[in-house]
Each structure stands twice: as structure tokens, then as C-alpha cells.
Design a protein around this ligand. Structure first.
Ligand SMILES: *Cc1c(COP(=O)(O)O)cnc(C)c1O
Length: 231
């Protein structure tokens, strides 16, 4: 990566602004998570200081050194975006402000149990497998309503949004049905009152497809390679 982060950010910001313009959205409706799983502590600090205090990691083992080094900084907001094993819940709780990968009942039960022991409430995104790809984690959309009904009784979990990953496509336009599908699932769940309160957020869009996700209503986009680089 020989581009500075500031140059990459300028480019990304212009592309987000254009996608907002095309879809009649305001730039401040879209939050950016700098996904730092591929990069060093120094690069992570550079991202934070370039204006991206929301940092995303998908494994505690990979995040640990960075998390510990930045522990004293009140301005950093950690997002856990990877598949979360039930036995890793204890590592993530209290350290990450958001979990983007709540995709099954056993995980909800463990989060509920451990968060109530700590006396905290954990903001979560329900991860959905909208594309139907076998290799993707995420709850099947058919299982969403009963899942939200169960989550309505988990007082240590606060569902703030839905999350999905689109398949990698050469032509990002082909991801649109997946992102639109996630938005429709959120709107339907809200219309039916499937959860104990309205669910506002959509965590969707990565380096390859974030403009389409913004056009379809993303409120959190998760950017690794296009923003902070790959190493
Ligand atoms: C790695 C990762 C990202 C960022 O990937 P890029 O394609 O580099 O932007 C976003 N979301 C999740 C869940 C990831 O694991």
C-alpha cells in the first residue's frame, strides 16, 4: 500500500457522498467502520486519527494486541464483526461496543447470560444469510421472526440492526438484491413489531460493494482494504 490513508479516505468519502446523492440520503446517515484485521497497530491509529474512530475486527486473537494498546483511548469504538464462537463471548463482552454477528439462539443465550452477570447490555446486529450461500454464516430469513421474539425477552441484549455479507461479485451491481433484501427484512420486522422496539440500523457493504449498500440504505459500512489497506 503506497497510498496514504488520507488519500484513500478522500476517495472513499467522495464515493460515499456520490452514492448518498444518487439515493437521496444524507452523508451523516452512513457510519464507517474501519476494518483493521489486516493491518498493524500503527495503521489502526492512523485510521482513528484520520477520523474513523469505529474500528472493526473479526477475531479476538487478532484484535488483542491492538485492543490492549488502545485501551486507554476513550475515542475508539470497537466492533466485533466476525463469527463469534460461544466460548469466545467472555473475551468480547465489555471490550467491543457492538457485536455484528448474532446469528443463533445458543449465542444469544450465552450473550444474555454473560452480559447480565457483568451488569451490562450488549448492542447487537442480527446477522442474516440473505444470499442463501452455503458458505456464509447468518440466520436464515425464515427463522428471523421467532428469533426476534426470543430476543425480545433478553434484557441484556439490545438489537440495534441487521447485518449481512453479500457474495463477492465482479460486478458489484449484482449484490443489490442482497442489500435490498436486508432492508426489506428490517422494514417488515418493524412493521410487524417482531422485536420489542423498532430496529434502526443496517450493517452492510464492504470494499467491493459499499456504494450499492449505501444506495440500499446501509447505516454502517465495514471497510477494510479500500480504506486502511491490506497490510
Ligand atoms: C474483513 C471484513 C470486512 C472488510 O473487508 P474488505 O473487503 O477488506 O472491506 C467487512 N466485514 C466483515 C464481516 C469482514 O470480515
Amino acid at each position: 500500500m503506497n497510498r496514504t490513508l488520507r488519500e484513500a479516505a478522500g476517495d472513499v468519502e467522495r464515493r460515499i457522498a456520490n452514492a448518498c446523492g444518487r439515493s437521496g440520503r444524507r452523508r451523516d446517515e452512513v457510519n464507517v467502520i474501519a476494518v483493521t484485521k489486516y493491518v498493524s497497530l500503527d495503521r489502526t491509529i492512523e485510521a482513528i486519527e484520520t477520523g474513523y474512530p469505529n474500528v472493526g475486527e473479526n477475531r479476538w486473537q487478532d484484535a488483542k494486541d491492538k485492543w490492549e494498546a488502545l485501551q486507554g483511548r476513550q475515542d475508539v469504538v470497537w466492533h466485533f464483526i466476525g463469527h463469534l464462537q460461544t466460548n469466545k463471548v467472555k473475551d468480547v463482552l465489555g471490550r467491543f461496543a457492538y457485536v455484528h454477528s448474532l446469528d443463533r439462539l445458543s449465542l444469544a443465550e450465552e450473550l444474555q447470560k454473560k452480559a447480565s452477570q457483568l451488569g451490562i447490555v450488549v448492542p447487537c446486529f442480527v446477522q442474516l444469510n440473505v444470499s442463501g450461500e452455503q458458505t456464509k454464516h447468518g440466520l436464515q430469513p425464515e427463522a428471523l421472526e421467532p428469533f426476534l421474539s426470543k430476543l425480545s425477552d433478553c434484557d441484556a441484549i439490545d438489537v440495534v440492526g441487521f447485518m449481512t455479507m453479500a457474495p463477492h461479485e465482479e460486478d458489484p451491481e449484482r449484490t443489490r438484491p442482497v442489500f435490498r433484501g436486508l432492508r426489506e427484512l428490517r422494514d417488515e420486522a418493524n412493521a410487524k413489531g417482531a422485536y420489542r422496539k423498532p430496529i434502526p440500523h443496517l450493517s452492510m457493504g464492504m470494499s467491493n460493494d459499499f456504494e450499492i449498500a449505501v444506495e440500499e440504505g446501509a447505516t454502517w459500512i465495514r471497510l477494510g482494504s479500500v480504506l486502511v489497506g491490506k497490510s
